[in-house]
Design a protein around this ligand. Sequence first.
Ligand SMILES: C[S@@+](CC[C@H](N)C(=O)[O-])C[C@H]1O[C@@H](n2cnc3c(N)ncnc32)[C@H](O)[C@@H]1O
Length: 253
Amino acid sequence: MSSSVASQQLAQRRGDYGFDAPYVPIIFLCVGLAVIVLGLLAFWLWQSPLWGIICLLYGVYMLLSGASYIYTTRRGKFQVWAELFVGLNLRGDEQILDMGCGRGAVLLMAAHFLNEGKATGVDIWSTSDQSGNAREVTLKNAEREGVAKKVELYTADMRELPFANGTFDLVMSSLAIHNISQREGRDKTLEEAVRVLKPGGRLIIADIRVTKRYAEHLRKLGMTDVSHQLLDWRFWYGAPWVMTNLVKANKPL
Ligand SMILES: C[S@@+](CC[C@H](N)C(=O)[O-])C[C@H]1O[C@@H](n2cnc3c(N)ncnc32)[C@H](O)[C@@H]1O
């Protein structure tokens, strides 16, 4: 099977993965519609074509941002992660950790690659960060995907992971670390990720906002092959302010 066929098959999901930060697309769509109405009023009521055009352009831009957000959270992020997993060439016996796994979009995809290995998810199950977020929902999704036996879930804060040093071959996180508002907390999360990785283990983070800072901190922590790259439009939550970046790093042997 070619890698593009494999990633397309993986992106077809049987679980129900909700919406990331569901209030955000609602804000995009409401602001877009309101500004378009203002634009129409500016044309016809206030006879101001300049403001009319500015408002219409801004309104359409906000609607497109809302559409991009919904596409990413429902479809695009699955396609991108499926391609990333295919590129990781997993053996199947790995211990994998997903920090901020939510309803399991990435965690359960990882579990599809495992036979003897285990996919472990930690989360605090915040429903403002993901709609309908709950441990039971993730367990149900694991059953629907047919991977429940390979999955373990913990209710824990990623700043204090409940695992011994050197437990995991792969630590990953998707759109979760930015939810920690303080820089110290995000740094602590990266330190925890490095701590629980086995020597030679891999770290892969997809996130928005301060991802260059993640790469810098990982270098300070002694991680090697640290890379930072912009992911494509399928993983954008409305451009240009919420484009997702990928940070990869390895723990030295
Ligand atoms: C936008 S959701 C992404 C979920 C999942 N990774 C995905 O891609 O579908 C962010 C997740 O991070 C979790 N989260 C936020 N802060 C956390 C923390 N300090 N420790 C563990 N999980 C956290 C939220 O509960 C939520 O499930």
